[in-house]
Structures are given as C-alpha cells and as structure tokens.
Design a protein around this ligand. Structure first.
Ligand code: HMG
Length: 389
C-alpha cells in the first residue's frame, strides 16, 4: 500500500491584526482574560478585499507549482463562510489557481470539521490513484459580532493541504475514530451574518467529543498515549486545546506529561496570533507544531483532533515524514506574519462593518492597503471578480 498524506502546507491570513490587549481595554475586560484565560494575543482582521475565495487562492499559491497543477484531480474547499448557496467557492479557486481542467471541484460544509472531511476523501482518492494529487483548502472568516462573548475568538485565514503519495510532510495513517451527534452548540442560519453560539455548552461538547473519539481510537488501534509524540487540536482559541490536553495527560507518566505539555505550548505560536479560522484551525495548529515544536523527527506520531460544531469529531494520526521541514514554506509564513499591519479597535470595527453591496449595484474595491497576491477587486450584478498578480 502506498504511503499517502500531506505533501505541502500553505497558510494565508489577511494583512491586518488587532492586539487583544487593545480589544480588552475597549470592552472593559482585563487583558489577562484574553491573553491567559482565552489564550489569544492577536486576531486577524479582514479587509473588504479578502474573502474565502481570495484567501484560499493565496494559501494555494504558496505551495502549488505547475507539476502539481497538472496532477490535481480534486479541489475540495471546506468553509462555513460561503457567500453563495449554489455556486461552489472551489470552482473559483480551481480557475484562479489555474489547475488542469478535468478536475472535480466542490465545496463541503460541516462547521470546522469540513476540511478534515475533505482531507480524508482526498487521502482515499490518492490511495486509489497514487500518481494523482488533491488540493484541500479550509478557508473562513470567524465572525460573532462586535462586543459579543465570542468576539475574542474571531479570526480569519486559509490553509491549503496538498495530498499526494509519498508525502514530504505527514503520512496519514489508516485508522481513525469519528462520531456524529445532533447538538446545538454553534450554528449560523443562512439569514444571519454572525454565528450563534452557546459558548459554555460548546466547550463542554468539544471536550466530550474529544474524549469519545480518543477512547474509540485507542480501542481500535490498541495504541496508548505513549505512542503519541504530540497532539494537534482544532483551536477555536488556544485555551480550548489546553483543556483538551489536560483530559488525557493523566494517562501518561510524569516525563511524558511534561514532554506533551511542552510541545503543545510550542505549537500554539501561530494560532495565538491569528485566532479561530474555523475549518483551517486544526491545520494551522499542525503547521505551527511542525514549525515551532522542538525535537520532532521522522516517524513521530502526531494525533490530530478535528471538531466541527453541530457536531462531528474525529481523531486520526499521521507519521512525520523524512524531509518534513522541506515541505514547509517557512520563509513565506514568517514574512506574511511579519508584514501584517496592526489596526486600532476603531479601524477593526470599521473594517468589520464594511459590507459588499447586496442589491446588484457595482463596487470597485480599493486594494491599495492589501498587497496579497489574490484580491477581490469588484462586485457587480451580484458577481465577484478577483485578480491574481
Ligand atoms: P466568556 O464567558 O467570555 O469567558 O466566554 P469566561 O468567563 O468563561 O472566561 C474565559 C476564561 O478566562 C476562563 O478560564 C476564566 O477563568 C478566564 P477557564 O475557566 O475557561 O479556564 N479568566 C481570566 N484569566 C486570567 N485573568 C483574568 C481572567 N478573567 C477570566 N483576569 C467563550 C468564553 C470561549 C465561551 C466565548 O468566547 C465563546 O462563546 N466563544 C465562541 C465559542 C467557542 O469558541 N467554543 C469553543 C468550542 S466549540 C468549537 O471549537 C467549534 C467552533 O470552532 C465552531 C465550528 O465548529 O465551526 C467554535
């Protein structure tokens, strides 16, 4: 059987951020509540020139080359921020990334779980067709509304995963444990701009789903915590992952507990700066782990927990590949994060409330403050147009 998994990872987040200390002051909260209690330092802020399509393309452009373009048979976009109930964002992405025409392109929805659903489908496809590749993208803008309980857990960004045989970064293992249950912890009716959430209940359910699939995974595989070098979590905010890790740490001896805690803290670097990116959050944490986790080596097993409200949970594992550092576009993420511009709370609020026309009128978007490779430049007759430089 071929080894199949993640060959390359691309990451994009918009060029603006808000410091959480500034947000805490504006909302009359203690900054420590945000930076320690929630575990976020900064939050990505999205200008009107970026949407789920442009962000997905920006993440994809970081990693794909012409050989990939000719071999990609599947373009799967996971999102819960779709702007069209019919036309799939994957079709725009396929076109803008110039992928060979005879590909299947489609969008999947299941809250933050959608990219994982896409990744597992892509893994199965490439296992059957090892000479071909698949591009899976998670792209979202997390919006709860100004001065709401969820505001501190907003963010925006896209993760692009190139799935191939003999992957450079992570070999996905066969065994996986998953579960589905109809619950109302977080949802967004199509008429609402903002997510609705039962915050405390969603935290409890996240932990409950994690325990369920972790125990199921151990039963299925006869593995234990000793077999896991590091956990990677869907991180709506970094404290959530910390709570999940604490659920399983008692299963390990002292030395293992220390090692798992240390590498988990190292893995949080990027998520602390970006916030929740919904479908991409787990993969941002994986990337951050691979970039910042000390002592990782080929063959180490990473345990990944994906959670999508509503709800589906999945625990699966991957083995670090021989040349994983070579698959990471490290310079690009470092530059992307370093070049972001800090905004004030007033600027963030102005960007947050700027809307595209919904009556078919035309708007040409001023992209002077956005040097991203792909940008939304015009809306006219209810149609969006993008440029790629
Ligand atoms: P809240 O009521 O603002 O915060 O809601 P809190 O009062 O619970 O405080 C948060 C933490 O800060 C607490 O720590 C406090 O003790 C601490 P904890 O007890 O949890 O360990 N704290 C302080 N720490 C240090 N210094 C201080 C201080 N003050 C307080 N001075 C909540 C927080 C996360 C519920 C809210 O922001 C929210 O509703 N967020 C959105 C929902 C969410 O993110 N849920 C996560 C699980 S569901 C999920 O992950 C799926 C999702 O991504 C969607 C999808 O699937 O598509 C959301």
């Amino acid at each position: 059987m071929n080894k199949v998994g993640i060959g390359k990872i691309g990451f994009y987040t918009p060029p603006f951020y808000l410091d959480m200390t500034d947000l805490a002051h504006a909302r009359g909260d203690e900054p420590a509540k945000y930076t320690i209690g929630i575990g976020q330092d900064q939050m990505a802020v999205t200008p009107i020139s970026q949407d789920i399509v442009s962000m997905a393309v920006n993440a994809g452009l970081q990693i794909i080359n012409d050989e990939d373009r000719s071999k990609i048979d599947l373009v799967i976009v996971g999102t819960e921020s779709a702007f069209d109930a019919s036309k799939s964002s994957a079709v725009y992405v396929h076109e803008l990334l110039n992928i060979q025409p005879h590909a299947r392109s489609f969008e999947i929805k299941h809250a933050c779980y959608a990219a994982t659903a896409g990744l597992q489908m892509a893994k199965d496809y490439v296992t059957l067709h090892p000479d071909r590749k698949a591009l899976v993208i998670g792209t979202d803008v997390a919006r709860y509304g100004l001065a709401t309980g969820g505001e501190v857990t907003q963010g925006a960004g896209a993760m692009a995963l190139l799935v191939s045989a003999d992957p450079t970064i992570l070999i996905l293992e066969k065994d996986s444990a998953y579960t589905t249950k109809d619950i109302m912890d977080f949802w967004r009716p199509v008429y609402s701009e903002y997510a609705m959430v039962d915050g405390k209940y969603s935290n409890e359910q996240y932990l409950s789903f994690f325990n369920t699939v972790w125990n199921l995974y151990k039963e299925k595989t006869n593995r234990s915590i000793a077999d896991i070098k590091a956990f990677s979590f869907h991180l709506p905010y970094t404290k959530m992952g910390k709570k999940a890790l604490q659920e399983v740490l008692p299963e390990a001896d002292d030395a293992k507990q220390k090692a798992l805690s240390a590498i988990f803290e190292e893995s949080l670097a990027f998520n602390r700066l970006v916030g929740n990116i919904y479908t991409g959050s787990l993969y941002l944490n994986l990337l951050s782990l691979l970039e910042n986790g000390k002592g990782l080596k080929a063959g180490d097993r990473i345990g990944l927990f994906s959670y999508g409200s509503g709800a589906v949970g999945e625990f699966f594992t991957g083995l670090i590949a021989e040349d994983f550092k070579k698959g990471l576009a490290s310079d690009k993420y470092t530059e992307l994060l370093a070049k972001r511009q800090q905004v004030t709370v007033a600027e963030y609020e102005a960007m947050f409330t700027q809307n595209l026309p919904e009556d078919g009128s035309a708007l040409t978007i001023d992209t002077a403050n956005d040097s991203s490779a792909c940008r939304l430049v015009e809306v006219k007759d209810h149609k969006r147009s993008y440029i790629v430089k």
